[in-house]
Design a binder for this molecule. Structure first.
Ligand code: SAH
Length: 386
């Protein structure tokens, strides 16, 4: 018997609308085990497609195919191959980039990032977890990596009843892997770094922002210095803030290694921005790249206040003619909402501000139309007129 899920009429409607997730409330009947590839049927028994099934997550089904065709291992392999071929065609100026971006590569809940000769994978659902051997064999065949690491430690796995763990799945993975991005060299700790090691999604925004970098620069929420390193090469003075001592230590190492002068400091950006304003400091270039303030819908109100506060402070610290690069990676705050927050901040800062560029996550993290969850990173490049 092929595992089968019958969904409700509402689920069917949603599915026809193009969204690949079916929630628990829209499941009428389940004859399947955790992590199965299942047939999805309408209330009238019509075959709608196939999906990864979860017996724990609120997202019960993640669609793989539509219509009569049933997904199998060969399909997963072909999709991985297509995802890699697309990245190769992008001629990315880096040795680290995303190879598979989940739903946007029709491989729901699978993340694959390349760091030079090494590959990091994340399987964020029961179904993808079970398919990991297929994923590893496809990656080995296609890329011949020296090592494949599973960074299966995101909290999302707990919601699906999966363990949080980090394992070497093939070859060896050293403690530090050297990669280059936009002319900067980094040592990356794939086991402990944030996300899979680096914030790969900001690569193209760092490069774009560098075109405006000049004078005195402030990089807020710097992590290991991504923006400061690329932009600092064009600035007279660069200060970077992060609340994490480890991150600041890495900024210092990376700065020395790449010959970029960065004054990296440990500090809470909310306090530091206020302090800098109090002492009358001014900047020509400011970057705000905070962590996701709105990790869920309940956090949106506070998140809005947080984004407004840092944008208001930054606009006050900016000299006329200066550039603010401001980002949000909360998908619960969409582009229009973020634009409104930034506008509100400009009104309170009594600044006239123009939008010079509206950007998003890099091309290796494409957005699937109709799936707002895949459009999470907004990056506006703004100019303060007066
Ligand atoms: N700009 C970085 C990525 C930033 S990720 C890049 O280009 O790679 C967000 C960073 O914000 C993390 O390193 C985290 O340690 C830091 N952080 C979180 N809250 C903070 C706060 N209140 N003040 C300063 N840093 C903070």
């Amino acid at each position: 018997m092929i595992p089968t899920i019958v969904i409700s009429a509402r689920g069917e409607e949603r599915l026809r609308g193009g969204h690949p997730w079916i929630y628990r409330a829209d499941v009428a009947e389940a004859r399947a085990a955790a992590g199965d590839i299942v047939q999805v049927r309408s209330p009238r028994g019509q075959m709608l497609g196939s999906a990864l099934f979860s017996d724990r997550s609120q997202i019960t089904l993640r669609m793989l195919t539509y219509g009569e065709a049933l997904a199998d291992e060969a399909l997963i392999r072909r999709r991985i191959e297509a995802a890699i071929a697309f990245r190769t065609s992008l001629a990315i100026d880096a040795t680290a980039y995303r190879l598979v971006h989940g739903e946007a590569d029709l491989l729901p809940s699978l993340i694959v990032d390349r760091y030079g000769d090494y590959v990091v994978v994340q399987a964020l659902s029961q179904g993808m977890d079970r398919l990991l051997p297929v994923v590893v064999s496809a990656l080995t065949e296609l890329l011949h990596p020296r090592g494949i690491l599973a960074r299966n430690d995101p909290r999302a796995r707990v919601l699906d009843g999966l363990e949080q763990r980090v394992d070497v799945l093939a070859g060896d993975v050293p403690d530090a892997v050297t990669i280059t991005e936009t002319g900067i060299e980094y040592d990356v700790d794939l086991r402990h770094g944030q996300k899979t090691g680096l914030f790969l999604d900001q690569r193209e925004n760092r490069a774009a922002a560098a075109a405006y970098a000049r004078g005195r620069m402030l990089d807020c929420f710097s992590y290991n210095g991504g923006f400061a390193l690329v932009m600092g090469r064009k600035c007279k003075e660069t200060i970077a803030f992060d609340v994490s001592e480890d991150a600041v230590a890495r900024v210092k190492t990376n700065a020395a290694r790449n010959g970029v002068a960065i004054d990296a400091r440990v500090g809470n950006v909310f306090d530091e921005l206020r302090g800098l304003d109090r002492t009358g400091e001014r900047f020509d270039t400011i970057v705000l790249d905070p962590p996701a303030f709105a990790k869920n819908k309940a956090a949106v109100t506070n998140a809005r206040a947080g984004y407004k506060e840092i944008n208001l402070r930054a606009l006050k610290l900016l000299n006329p003619g200066g550039t603010l690069v401001t980002c949000s990676c909360s998908y619960n705050i969409n582009e229009a909402a973020f634009a409104e927050i930034v506008y509100d901040a400009s009104v309170d800062a009594q600044a006239k501000v123009t939008v010079v560029e509206k950007r998003m996550q890099g091309r290796d993290h494409p957005v699937l139309l109709g799936v707002p969850e895949t459009y999470y990173l907004k990056c506006f490049i703004l100019r303060k007129l007066a």
